[in-house]
Design a protein around this ligand. Sequence first.
Ligand SMILES: C[S@@+](CC[C@H](N)C(=O)[O-])C[C@H]1O[C@@H](n2cnc3c(N)ncnc32)[C@H](O)[C@@H]1O
Length: 490
Amino acid sequence: MIAVSELLEKERVSHAFTTSVSHKEKYGQYFTPYPIARFMSSLFPVTDKKIKLLDPGAGIGILSCSFMERIIKEKWNTPDIHISAYDIDSSVYPELKENLAIASSAFKNSDYEIFSEDFLEKTSFEYSWKTNETYTHVIMNPPYKKILTNSKERQLTRIFGLETVNLYSAFMGAAISLTEDNGYIVAIVPRSFCNGLYYKPFRDFILTNCSIKHIHLFESRDKAFKEEAVLQENIIIMLQKNTKQEDVRISYCNDDSFEGLIEFTVPFNQILYDDDKEKYFNIPTKKQVDKEKVINYSNLKDLNINVSTGPIVDFRIKHLLLKDFTDNSYPLVYSVHFKNYRFVWPQETKKPNAIMSSDEVKKQLFPKGYYVLVKRFSTKEEKKRVVAFLITPGDFANDQIAFENHLNVFHSDKTGLKRNIAYGLICWLNSTYIDEKFRLFSGHTQVNATDLRNLPYPNFEKLEQIGEKMQKEKIWEQQLFDSLVKEIIQ
Ligand SMILES: C[S@@+](CC[C@H](N)C(=O)[O-])C[C@H]1O[C@@H](n2cnc3c(N)ncnc32)[C@H](O)[C@@H]1O
């Protein structure tokens, strides 16, 4: 067999540099580096049965070709391979056709079909009439694009029984539906579906129809597609259709060289926690699995604590924003108002310090008390994703306060928290332990209220215990948080 890999890498790199950004964005077109394709193909177990392979959004055929290359190299006893490759971009067809022809020529019995059609449109139509093809294997790097509630894509995906928000999860949902029982789906996709409310139906869809066999994580967010400006954290996931969930293989590496690949197996309840109603998919690190001594976790509901997004959306009420606090106004809290985990107000920045009273604003104020705030957006450069700050009654300029929308607010039914609990939360949320927990399910820098609800918390007594200790300490720093948390988790 000729070195398809070299040919494909040449074509991919040339495409990356010569194709316009607008073309790539229109089609969600970022081809898979060959070493990643090879790794994806390596996940399928060896079989001697006929292979029916689906490659939805095939581009120039890198994924299908890498799988064929593996089968030939390892001399599988596969009698037959049939490939269905879909792509809507007619500019890829000449190379797609040529590459599939070269790679499949090494087989005794092989055939391939190229469908120059919208994958969702064609397959959902056939699926609704039960005239669809079925597959034993799927290998995919689908396009990524948000899809709106009324879009054609959303409607087509509903035919497969899935409500979802992005083209990649729509493609995966369709692919799962077209896979035969015991068949395998290997996909490289953004990590974003592993957490968050919007992707819950998709996680449910996966859990209902498949077992998770393998998850691979690229630790560095810009390394998987390094020639392209793809800043997603990507994972490779292998699913098996309608099979019992068993232990899951986890692997990690930094980039497409796969150097220093770490692999280990975890029980499924390390991926999906037993009592997690949101069904977040956690991706445990080796370190985590080794050291974890599970404490008796509580959730915020048990603790009678709520977390919500700050209700004041400043650009909607620009006319009420004030640089300086005056009579008939309330302090308006932004993240610029925190230093060393405490409230320092007012501040000389571009942000306002106060908000004028109005009927609308009055409904959104919080009464004097203890509150814990967590930034909703951090930058990539910041060391920690979860950063928590404290507000105490002594910080109030009058009897109420307004929290801006870029903050998450911990409160107790729209009133302040118990003092020890508020101090305890500051320690707990700022600990390295919690940062690691957060990174198990989230690949982005955004921290939503749902994510905070989904973190583990110590029970009431333990939280109070660390809260008391925190009040005795003047200087709050990472080492202090970590040592206090260590005392209660070991
Ligand atoms: C992220 S690229 C990946 C290409 C290839 N699978 C690879 O790994 O190199 C996604 C491909 O899907 C194609 N595509 C986008 N929307 C599509 C649709 N609705 N139906 C079929 N193909 C589509 C794009 O043209 C693009 O080639």
